[in-house]
Design a protein around this ligand. Structure first.
Ligand code: GDP
Ligand code: GDP
Length: 458
């Protein structure tokens, strides 16, 4: 294979370059830290987007020696320092993504950096990162002042907007001839996961299902290292535990413990919290009360979990308080499946938070589901899968024949596939369901939603 096109990620410290890098490369190996200037284990990664292979350079890793605090020196001097160290990487790059922080807004250092980057003559694309809540704020924002025409709001942490960004920066890259057949090492990351970023877990559910009890249990039961970590939002305190070599971060412990004043207030709060916690998580634990059974509010919160595209584990709690045999479990499962059809990909785990029963099973499920969310199907296996797939068998309302030419996994977290077919627009949802079901049968995507994008190919 010839030399791959190169993409460099540049920006001042702590804007999310490393997070974006990991997102693009599709694995979470590089360390991300709330402290600027933290050591990273690598700078270069290979990525593929819609069949185009390219190399990504995280220039953030080149800034270690630099004092990252903007107060200590003039912006100009710091910008010069950043670029001096990243210069070689930028010189090699075909495209440069400049990352800024939507929360902090435009800083003098950003302006200095862009002014200097412009002199390199490289095509610049602006990623306004940490735009977690939406694109509106960003599109009408001060970042236009930087004079970069191509602006993309992103949430590197949640993967939002990264697909549009990649569509844009790779548009001039040519699909390398070897790109499809060359399968990189892509199995589920096994072994010691401690170097990875933590699995972010949200505990959600209506009042009194046992969210706080579960939280307390997980934190004191496991011989875990519990560290209070200030979350990305000011008032949220996260806690992290170690399980089987993996870091599991329970987000917003204060929020989970918070109780509403009245019954109605409690219910509203549980929905607000669920939506907020889903925003930040990889995996959501949707708690259901075994005594009460599945209620409308459970289904309501489950619906938000589904819409958020997070991975979901349905946790049936208080299993100590009901006749807890196999039959009861099967019956409960049936009811859950019927009332929450949209969460059909979520495994069920039956626990007793109060007695600490089957918490290991729950923790195992969390690790497994998190790995599935980050799983990338090796290209060669994907091609084999498409060859054997009896796509003509897919239900095609309207009767027009539908052909699938090519399928590629464009992203992880959640696993996102692009299907090239002989028609414009999305086919009937039953076709999409057919494809997703086949993908699930063949690859280990437990607990994660799958996203399919349809493109016409001639
Ligand atoms: P870098 O120094 O530019 O490489 O920044 P990092 O990738 O290390 O990220 C700095 C901090 O910002 C970390 O705590 C990340 O978790 C956080 N971060 C990165 N991307 C996002 C995002 O899209 N939203 C939010 N809320 N935080 C993010
Ligand atoms: P939250 O409102 O979802 O945070 O629920 P809590 O953790 O405050 O629990 C509500 C009630 O359910 C409390 O009285 C708990 O003692 C009880 N509870 C929690 N987990 C269990 C369990 O596993 N079994 C039983 N029998 N009761 C539980």
């Amino acid at each position: 294979m010839g030399k791959l096109p190169r993409l460099a990620i540049v920006g001042r410290p702590n804007t999310g370059k490393s997070t974006l890098f990991n997102r693009i490369v599709g694995r979470r190996r590089a360390l991300v830290s709330a402290q600027p200037g933290m050591t990273r284990d690598r700078l270069y990664g290979q990525a593929e987007w819609l069949g185009k292979a390219f190399e990504v350079i995280d220039t953030g890793g080149l800034m270690e020696a630099l004092d990252p605090s903007p107060d200590s020196r003039a912006a100009g001097e710091i910008a010069a320092g950043i670029l001096r160290q990243a210069r070689a990487a930028i010189d090699e790059a075909d495209q440069v993504i400049v990352v800024v922080d939507a929360r902090q807004g435009l800083l003098p250092l950003d302006e200095e950096l862009v002014r200097r980057l412009r002199r390199t003559g490289k095509p610049l694309t602006l990623a306004v990162n940490k735009a977690d809540s939406g694109r509106q704020e960003v599109l009408g924002s001060e970042f236009h002042r930087l004079g970069i025409a191509d602006i993309f709001p992103t949430s590197a942490e949640h993967g939002r907007g990264v697909d549009d960004l990649l569509d844009h920066v790779t548009s001039a890259f040519v699909a390398a001839p070897g790109a499809h057949t060359d399968a990189p090492e892509t199995s589920i990351e096994a072994g010691d996961g401690l170097g990875e970023s933590p699995i972010e877990v949200a505990i959600i559910g209506r009042p009194n299902v046992g969210k706080s009890t579960l939280l307390n249990r997980l934190l004191d039961e496991e011989r875990s290292i519990v560290t209070p970590i200030p979350g990305t939002t000011r008032d949220a305190i996260d806690a992290e535990l170690e399980y089987d070599g993996h870091r599991i971060r329970l987000i917003d412990t204060a929020g989970i413990r918070r109780k509403g004043k009245t019954h109605e207030h409690q219910e509203k709060l549980s929905v607000i919290q669920a939506r907020k916690h889903l925003e930040r998580s990889d995996v959501a634990l949707l708690l259901i009360d075994a005594i009460e059974g599945v209620t409308n509010l459970d289904a309501n919160i489950g619906g938000y979990a589904y819409e958020s595209n997070r991975s979901v584990i349905i946790v049936v709690n208080k299993w100590d308080a009901v006749p807890n045999n196999q039959e009861a479990a099967a019956e409960f499962t049936k009811v859950v499946r019927e009332t929450m059809k949209y969460l059909d990909f979520s495994p069920l785990v039956f626990i007793s938070a109060i007695k600490g029963q089957r918490l290991r099973k729950l923790l195992d499920a969390i690790v497994q589901v998190a790995a599935a969310r980050r799983y990338r199907v090796p290209t060669a296996e994907m091609n084999r899968f498409v060859q054997r797939l009896d796509f003509e068998r897919a239900p095609t309302p309207g009767g027009k024949s539908l052909r699938l030419y090519y399928l590629t996994q464009a992203a992880v977290s959640p696993p996102t596939f692009v299907a090239f077919i002989n028609r414009a627009g999305s086919p009937h949802f039953s076709v999409e369901r057919f494809l997703k079901n086949r993908i699930r049968e063949h690859f280990p995507f437990l607990g994660t939603p799958l996203v399919v994008k349809w493109r016409r190919s001639r």
